[in-house]
Write a protein that binds this ligand. Structure first.
Ligand SMILES: NC(=O)c1ccc[n+]([C@@H]2O[C@H](COP(=O)([O-])OP(=O)(O)OC[C@H]3O[C@@H](n4cnc5c(N)ncnc54)[C@H](OP(=O)(O)O)[C@@H]3O)[C@@H](O)[C@H]2O)c1
Length: 329
């Protein structure tokens, strides 16, 4: 089979499309035929060496949709549609410390494939799992956001940010959402955002103590400013480190002391797996099909142009998810 292989932390251009052996199934694995995958900034940063891979060479890619090709234990029929996204806990971290999605086939632990039924095109489906799972958990479970509340999304044009916005709107919340790029403000509004905000790294002048919940995706340097936007007894959930992957040191404490940057009575939390269940995956897919949820797609690339897709992600141009589809065009 073919797979993109990163030989070292030399950036997206160093990725080679190679003929490699079919993945070996471990106990409890299923073999999935990859149909489409999104391109996200975590992967471009990993390929550039800022977010470290556990080893090289490796096949990147931490989200995908595809079909069961072989389940040795017979739990899934061949052709069953499934989603796979990056997981924590006992799961091998797909595309982070285990072979990833930029390949024709992938071996995945059967407990961590999410089966679903849908006639939506593969690129539309590929835009859903990782972004919706993260957004759903951060907004509704970790932050306990409720109908009628106000939500701020810092890093609002990211896949996760767009998913938070569409879920929040569907649940009757009002949404403020940021971009650093003035030309994307109108697209955020068209996505349903009530208050698109230009992020010049200081938005608390406009939104001080105004929101019930903030989903923060832009790292430590803007965290204090986001916290200033949250009402007393409101919640800020730090989920992402866009632009600041070099600051991630698992297990280390963040400096300075929280007393210096968490406002009085504002609660700061975070989210990191596990993901919501199989019912939610089907609900998101059905919700996108019904128009309850929107997930804009910037551009779909054929598999042979995966490096071009990664370069587009790095360029930050375009609005919506960038998808690679096997056999596209
Ligand atoms: N905790 C978890 O479980 C979990 C799960 C999934 C993802 N994440 C994290 O969540 C974040 C979003 O992930 P994603 O895959 O949705 O991202 P993505 O779609 O790749 O994000 C692309 C967007 O990032 C923004 N961006 C890029 N560099 C930035 C910078 N220096 N400062 C601010 N914004 C910047 C750009 O927005 P503009 O140009 O419009 O400003 C761009 O539209 C990432 O940090 C990812 O690692 C966490």
């Amino acid at each position: 089979m073919q797979a993109y292989v990163a030989k070292g932390p030399d950036g997206v251009e160093a990725l080679s499309l190679l003929e490699v052996p079919m993945p070996k199934l471990q106990d409890d694995d299923v073999l999935v035929r990859v149909r489409a995958f999104p391109i996200n900034t975590g992967m471009t940063e990993q390929l550039g060496g800022t977010l470290k891979a556990a080893y090289f060479p490796f096949v990147p890619g931490n989200e995908l949709v595809g079909e069961i090709s072989n389940d040795p234990l017979g739990r899934y029929a061949p052709g069953t549609k499934v989603a796979v996204a990056f997981f924590n806990g006992e799961m091998r971290l797909t595309g982070l410390n285990d072979q990833g999605a930029y390949a024709e086939y992938i071996a995945v632990n059967a407990n961590y494939v999410f089966p679903f039924e849908s006639d939506l095109p593969w690129p539309v489906l590929a835009a859903i799992p990782g972004a919706f799972a993260t957004a759903w958990d951060a907004l509704l479970y970790v932050s306990q956001a409720q109908e009628g509340q106000s939500v701020l999304i810092r890093g609002g044009t990211s896949g996760v940010g767009l998913a938070v916005a569409t879920i929040a709107k569907a649940k009757g919340m009002t949404v403020a959402s940021t971009t650093r790029d003035e030309s994307k403000l109108a697209s955020l509004r068209a996505h349903g955002v009530n208050d698109p905000v230009l992020d010049n790294r200081e938005i608390s002048g406009k939104l001080e103590s105004q929101v019930d919940v903030a989903v923060h995706l832009t790292g430590f340097s803007t965290l204090g400013d986001t916290l200033q936007c949250v009402k007393p007894f409101g919640i800020a959930c730090m989920v992402g480190v866009l632009g600041e992957y070099e600051t991630v040191h698992t297990g280390s404490l963040v400096s300075p002391h929280p007393v210096d940057y968490v406002p009085h009575a504002v609660r700061l939390t975070s989210r990191r797996g596990p993901y919501p269940g199989r019912k939610e995956m089907q609900d998101w897919v059905d919700g996108v099909a019904a128009g309850t949820y929107q997930m804009p797609i910037d551009k779909v690339f054929p598999y042979e142009e995966t490096v071009e897709a990664l370069k587009r992600r790095k360029s930050q141009i375009g609005f919506g998810r960038i998808i690679v589809e096997m056999g596209h065009g």
